[in-house]
Design a protein around this ligand. Structure first.
Ligand code: NIG
Ligand code: FE
Length: 391
């Protein structure tokens, strides 16, 4: 296996305080990284880097861990331009728009769905994403949910069963029967293809009791819970996430003090914030400052989907988080890398330390701060994924 050293890194973010300065980012200045096969072999000062087969000169630019996008919905067909237009003219976002994508997704071939997934994946990779989670949820039949998960599982190990995205239009008159399907035959067909189970706990989707039944059944089938919680209104989602030791409560836009306390006290549940959704639905921003100051672990993700957040860009989400959610540039970078890894319960990604996966991004900038300081500028100039130059 060949080794490569990346030298002359002005600022290296390791996310390991034992390797760099004592901050959570574990920053090293004038740094080098050695990649051996698909793993990081060494990080440290450039002048002390060991000899390797190949060398890459970072020429005074910054290197960060590849982004970990722990929340996306990429198995879909069609788009929702008309809905976006209406929203920008004043219409409110609601879960009802999901039906439009369900109809388009059911009508699409496997090949079309996979091609669409790959197109978005490539787009995300060019912007520095090296790990992504993605969900079903636009099929809502046993066959369509299982095929979405099969298609996703061919491209990521982080696959989430979201049969409980909304009540299927086929069951509009009998939501209880749809919950029975989601916790019964659909779960049996889907569990072998997924690692996680998710539910959209919200008015117009599933209430607290239904969400509990769905997540509990998923856990009994070997899936780990994560929840769309408190996105559009206050509700039971966050408390349920903490009670069930879900890996993540996602959105967290409308939180009571008790919700913030529960997340701050939890050793299991990360608060995943998705500012692309608030941007794209003109909603209030999640209060990242309040969560971080209380002691909660915060992740940042895109929520990339054709309805509420049609962006694949982690740098864009970082800029929003810093400008509008009161995160510092350091906090936002950590949340988009190490935070996402926590939300996926992974220790091999989101960090640049010996033994970790060689997933990293070179920025066309001297430090990670420029990701928020220069919003909208394509600053990711090279990406290595599992040690291979991927963009
Ligand atoms: O995370 N909140 C539920 N699901 C998605 C939106 C899906 C859609 O509108 O198509 C979300 O924002
Ligand atoms: Fe989502």
């Amino acid at each position: 296996m060949s080794t490569t050293v990346i030298t002359n890194i002005a600022n290296l973010v390791t996310n390991d305080p034992s390797l760099g300065d004592a901050s959570p980012l574990g920053l090293i200045q004038d740094a080098a990284v050695v990649i051996d096969g698909d793993r990081i072999a060494w990080v440290g000062e450039s002048s002390k880097a060991p000899a390797t087969d190949n060398a890459f000169d970072a020429a005074g630019r910054a290197v960060i861990p590849g982004f970990v996008d722990s929340h996306s919905h990429l198995v879909f067909a069609g788009d929702r331009t008309a809905e976006f237009n209406a929203r920008m003219s004043g219409r409110a976002y609601s879960a009802g728009g999901i039906r439009t994508t369900v109809a388009a997704t059911r009508a699409a071939s496997d090949a079309a769905l996979e091609a669409n997934l790959l197109r978005h994946l490539e787009e995300a990779r060019r912007q520095g994403t090296t790990t992504f989670e993605t969900k079903s949820g636009y099929g809502l039949t046993v066959e369509d949910e299982a095929r979405a998960l099969r298609i996703a599982a061919a491209h990521t190990e982080e696959v989430t069963y979201l049969g409980a995205h909304i009540v299927s239009p086929d069951y509009a008159d009998d939501p209880a029967a749809y919950v029975d399907l989601v916790t019964g035959d659909m779960l049996t067909a889907c569990a072998p293809h997924a690692r996680w189970v998710d539910v959209f706990c919200e008015k117009g989707a599933f209430d607290g009791d239904q969400a509990r039944a769905i997540l509990t059944a998923g856990a009994a089938a070997g899936l780990i819970p994560r929840i769309h919680a408190n996105q559009l209104s206050h509700g039971p989602g966050v408390q349920l996430a903490v009670e069930l030791e879900a890996a993540s409560a996602d959105h967290c836009t409308h939180l009571t003090d008790a919700d913030v306390d529960a997340l701050a006290q939890s050793a299991s549940t990360v608060a995943t914030l998705l500012p692309g959704a608030e941007f794209s639905t003109r909603a209030q921003w999640p209060d990242a400052r309040r969560l971080i100051d209380a002691g909660a672990t915060v992740a940042l993700s895109t929520d990339c989907n054709p309805g509420s957040s049609y962006t694949s860009s982690m740098p864009f989400c970082i800029a929003l988080a810093v400008r509008d959610m009161r995160m510092t540039p350091d906090e936002a970078l950590w949340s988009a890398t190490a935070g996402g890894a926590r939300a996926l319960r992974r220790t091999d990604i989101g960090v640049l330390a010996p033994g970790a996966r060689a997933d990293l991004a070179l920025l066309e900038a001297p430090s990670h701060v420029h990701l928020a300081y220069r919003p909208g500028v394509p600053l990711v100039s090279a990406v290595w994924q599992r040690g291979v130059r991927a963009a």
